[in-house]
Ligand binder design. Sequence first.
Ligand code: AGP
Length: 605
Amino acid sequence: MCGIVGYIGKRQAAPILIEGLHRLEYRGYDSAGIAVGNKGRLKVAKRKGRVRELEALEPQKFRGVQGIAHTRWATHGEPSDLNAHPHSDTSGRYAVVHNGIVENAAALKAQLGQRGVVFRSETDTEVLAHLIALLDDGSPLETVVAEALRRVVGAYGLAVIDAERPDTLVVARNGSPIVLGIGDKEMFFASDPAALVRHTASVVHLDDGEIATVRADGYETRTLDGAATIKTPSTIPWKDEAFDKGQFTHFMRKEIGEQADAVRRTLSGRLDTRFHTTHLGGIELEARDLLDIRRVKILGCGAAYLSGRVGAHLIEQLARIPADAEPASEFRYRNAVIERDTLYIAVSQSGETFDTLAAVQEIKRKGGRIMGVVNVVGSTIARECGRGVYLHAGPEVAVVSTKTFTCTAVALALLAIHLGRLRDLSVANGARLVAALQALPDRIAGILEREPEIAKLAGRFQGVEHAFYVGRAAGHAIASEGALKLKEISYLHAEAYPASELKHGPLALIEPGTPTVIVLPRDDLYSKSLSTVEEIRARGGPVIAITHPGERPAVDGLFEVPALEPELDPLLLNIPLQLLAYHVALQRGTDIDQPRNLAKSVTVE
Ligand code: AGP
């Protein structure tokens, strides 16, 4: 998705902005651009393609201590040099970078066209630059920008530079994040803290409807109506090194390998071996409140939704509370019934996914009780929920989620045990599950050491165009996540089904060239799943099983995961499927960290 970065201070802006754009590359984009102000003029460079293609235009040489830059993910208008941001007014005095969508762009374009404005791009953003130019009556820049934004319907995170106001940049937020970074006599801003960590850990998150005047020596925030707002800086908990690939070829592989440590951090301080339960301070709900809960509803998108499905299964099994997960992107539009005794949980790695945020706002509007399970501290969903559980998984740079899928499922397992121990989960079962969670990081590390076995299994996908992933109960959620990983990075068609549903339709597609990956724990459904294996193999379909040690099932390929405790086994069965997808994609030579058409954080509808 689109990214914004800005700088004003004592150093040359261009190198800082270009480096910031590189930090934002992981989010997915199709063009990039930069505007730097110097001596009453703006120098602008923009280009379709990667930041390194923008660098070929040598914007690094632009002189000036004030600038804005952008990575674009096309919404209005194809990816092209002209449609790339920044967009300028006719005179070239003002430039704007914008994340989000101006919904009334057509009407504004018509009004501006009547006043003689000629548009150079197909974007909605260009109207903002012309509007600001027409409205500038010499008032402070923030007043002019606020006046322009009052005429805009839609979502935005945006930044404005005026060549003739060299000591000021203006940023504003409505539905798309903007974070200010506080330096020493210099200020930064970005749509994602990843672009700031190299320079400062001290940040201020703008809220919707806020506009900020940013100068080298500080910032002021106010509402669009001009009322001053007071912000408290917070600290980004991430180190700059976390954004480096280190010895790895891909961030995805690095992040898969970080899972044992990431899970340790998710668990840290949250296991109680005295009462054989868990502590989750951030949920800020008393035991008495939690006892009133009659239903749990988990909402998220993509991999976050799928980890929510694992969590819902755990909550239902361990706490005996009816629980389910639903894509937030569906929930937000279906005028859902919100119940006062339901606990709603929003799950999001980035904390910025627009559909999930919209679901949270809908639940809050209707008076529902919401908490977040989020990785990025201080992100919009975390702040909107106001309570919840942080994953502490560290930054996830690869577009596909791996460590945060696992850590989210672990965080929900902690909640399941907590809710269970308030109800009928016995001391003995609590102790057994807490001990299993303590052992989890080492078990994950053990699986990761056996990567060559999985690389060999990946060889079975050579020449394949379609694959099925099946499992039962939580195993179906794990199979769905395995299929999602495979299709995202290898571009193979992979479909997940409940193993029980195969014979009700998809079995028609089974043939020798179509492998089926089955999640096959040795639980009480094992013998049922073995029947599924036989049904597939009887039709010539090769089967690869992710299973537990024991008497080997008759399959065509197999990886054995050490058994933990039956309820928590899904957390481990997921790990080999991540590696499998990675190695299939490696063989196929795809762009693993930045798969085509995808973005790390989907901040538009
Ligand atoms: C999964 O590999 C993708 N990164 C995607 O499905 C993602 O999980 C989804 O867009 C939700 O993102 P979030 O966790 O940041 O809300």
